[in-house]
Design a protein around this ligand. Structure first.
Ligand SMILES: Cc1cc2nc3c(=O)[nH]c(=O)nc-3n(C[C@H](O)[C@H](O)[C@H](O)COP(=O)(O)O)c2cc1C
Length: 173
């Protein structure tokens, strides 16, 4: 079962998950950044994305839309704290790009530190109104995200990948 990892990452969070996932897969499993036109000949693909307005970015959506007859495991990072319902919503939107000939075999999401540009936005809103409830909440989320994905997140990502690979490999043999 040829297996490969693909990811789209802007500031490095999702890339960290991608390499952790690849480390849990057979030696030599490739780990490749998705670019316009990326194609795959693998049977099992771990596809990672950073969350952009509630879904995956464009190149990742294009890559997923083009798959045919693959097993796909999704993974991603997003700015929000661990919230299964929120994570499930993202996975459901992203999995909508996967054609019906493919099979979604699992998913994993975790928080990823947001860029300082996002922090500046909330700092400036709080300067105008220190009681702005939304800005206060977003600032809390920003602070909770610092350092993510952390060691524990990476360990969970490795476990996720190992379990999926083992169960599909056992099925195949
Ligand atoms: C333009 C933009 C849009 C974003 N949209 C969302 C979003 O809708 N939901 C969310 O939880 N995080 C959102 N984020 C946060 C990123 O998904 C998060 O920080 C992610 O870990 C970045 O991953 P990367 O380092 O691999 O690029 C957004 C960030 C940017 C810059």
């Amino acid at each position: 079962m040829k297996t490969a990892v693909y990811y789209q990452s802007m500031t490095g969070n999702t890339e960290k998950l991608a390499y952790a996932i690849a480390s849990a897969l057979p030696a030599g499993t490739s780990c490749e950044a998705i670019e316009a036109g990326t194609k795959s000949d693998a049977d099992l693909l771990f596809v990672g994305f950073w969350t952009d307005k509630g879904t995956c970015p464009f190149d990742c959506a294009e890559f997923l839309s083009d798959l045919d007859g693959k097993k796909v495991a999704l993974f991603g990072t997003c700015g929000m704290e661990s919230d299964e319902a929120y994570y499930n919503g993202i996975i459901s939107r992203v999995s909508g790009f996967i054609p019906s000939e493919d099979q979604l075999v699992g998913s994993f999401m975790c928080q990823g530190q947001m860029s300082s540009a996002i922090k500046e936005k909330y700092v400036s809103l709080l300067e105008k109104d220190p009681d702005d409830p939304r800005a206060k909440k977003m600032m809390e989320i920003y602070e909770a995200g610092i350092g993510h994905p952390n060691k524990e997140d990476l360990l969970h990502a490795e476990e996720f990948a190992g379990k999926i690979y083992d169960s599909l490999n056992n099925e195949a043999s």
